[in-house]
Design a protein around this ligand. Structure first.
Ligand SMILES: *Cc1c(COP(=O)(O)O)cnc(C)c1O
Length: 418
């Protein structure tokens, strides 16, 4: 991968025709260190948020050795980069072939389940193994997440006791509980509320859990979605854990996806056409802009142009390159009024569920990847010039056209990190 000081440096050098994922491995490393320092338990990276090999490599180097995987492809990917990693197969519905291959070929011992049928599948497909860590996924009632993740999976709190008991009796290794409060969870107390619901089910079942896995859901920071300090999340979890009926050696796990990688990538797109306030880009909802389309998230943007740009900022909407009319990102994205065909735009905070969502639909979706050394556009870990993107700051930032500068010594991110 080539390394550039920033997006303008790359544009000058390559005038890229395809979208470019601009990656900042240091930003993922900083987030990984933060979680390992502050979270009093084991940190599993949820691979689906960004399965790029550089992410896995960066996290392993930063000390993350546990991974939440959901498919054979994810298992093979992590194994190819980190043969020693500890893998937890946390998809509550797996094929028998996948369970068997995960256990027999890849040494996976930890499996999630949310019903009796899946428990039987796991036991049968592993030949009645007695060293399984069985994690019962529970559906919890919580508020405050941008994406709910309890709709599809999880045994209800009412029906959990029987399943908890069955899982407890099925293994001599660890029996655990897990849940997911929903992605981009804006309320730290959602974790504590979920833990108290789970605790009640455990008490009713009359079993103790060896693992309490609080799942993912830790937020990142986007325009209009500025979460409380990340330390409030781990504090709420530690309080919730303290209130649970567990034994002294019960392990606490978490499975962050978004929070570890959101800051670590942006995407550089090209404007292929301007029609009034509509910009037609070479990346869109079938590429890395899924959330900008389907959740209408107004990601932070900046114009990447050598030379002057209008100081007047205007709200724009984006269209992607495919012929589908769903390929539309309403924004609004604030950019200089004189933006035009041939300009480049850097879209920030795309490291989670961005590049990972890219498809090849309609012949688009191919992109390049390059490393950049400047800080992310926003940060919950103190990496950005400002950590909170307000509308005002956004506008001011967009007004500042990035100017070319030669890299001076080590890249910015590393120096900014104390
Ligand atoms: C998607 C997912 C995660 C990661 O969620 P984030 O909101 O990105 O932190 C963790 N665990 C499970 C089981 C998931 O499905």
């Amino acid at each position: 991968m080539d390394t550039y000081h920033n997006s303008l440096d790359l544009v000058r050098d390559r005038s890229p025709e395809r979208p470019v994922a601009l990656v900042r491995p240091d930003a993922a490393a900083v987030a990984a260190h933060w979680f390992q320092d502050k979270f009093k338990g084991d940190v599993f990276y949820a691979v689906k948020a960004n399965p790029s090999p550089w992410v896995i490599e960066t996290l392993v180097k930063a000390g993350v050795t546990s991974f939440d995987v959901a498919s054979m492809a994810e298992i093979e990917l992590v194994r190819s980069v980190a043969p020693q990693a500890r893998l937890a197969f946390m998809h509550p519905v797996k094929s028998r072939a996948a369970i068997a291959a995960a256990y027999h070929k890849h040494g996976v011992k930890t499996f999630a389940l949310d019903c009796q049928e899946e428990l039987e599948k796991i036991l049968e497909s592993t030949g009645g193994a007695d060293d399984l860590n069985l994690i019962v996924r529970m559906a919890v009632q919580t508020e405050g997440a941008a994406y709910t993740l309890s709709g599809k999976f999880g045994v209800s709190i009412d029906q959990a006791p029987a399943l908890l008991l069955a899982a407890r009796q099925a293994t001599t290794a660890m029996m655990g509980v897990s849940f997911h409060v929903g992605s981009q969870c804006m309320r730290p107390t959602a974790y504590q509320a979920a833990m108290s619901q789970v605790s009640r089910a455990l008490v009713r079942a009359g079993v103790l859990a060896d693992v309490v896995d609080v799942g993912g859901g830790f937020p990142s920071v986007y325009p209009g979605m500025v979460p409380p300090d990340m330390s409030e999340y781990v504090d709420a979890i530690h309080r919730g854990f303290g209130e649970m009926m567990v034994h002294e050696t019960t392990e606490l796990w978490c499975e962050p996806g978004r929070a570890l990688v959101a800051e670590s990538s942006s995407v550089l797109c090209k404007v292929d056409l301007r029609k009034g306030d509509a910009l037609y880009l070479n990346d869109g909802s079938y590429g890395s802009l899924f959330d900008a389309t389907h959740s209408k998230w107004p990601f932070p943007v900046k114009l990447v142009r050598e030379g002057e740009a209008s100081a007047d900022l205007k709200p724009f909407r984006f269209y992607g390159p495919t012929c589908d009319s769903i390929d539309h990102m309403p924004g609004p994205f604030w950019l200089p009024a004189d933006i035009q065909e041939g300009d480049y735009i850097e879209i920030g905070m795309m490291g989670a569920y961005g590049v990972a969502m890219s498809t090849g639909f309609n012949g688009y979706g191919e992109h390049d990847t390059a490393i950049v050394g400047d800080p992310p556009m926003a940060s919950l870990y103190g990496l950005a010039r400002r950590s909170i993107p307000t509308r005002r700051a956004e506008e001011e930032d967009a007004r500042k056209v990035v100017r070319f500068s030669r890299p001076k010594g080590k890249a910015g991110v590393r120096r900014r990190r104390k």
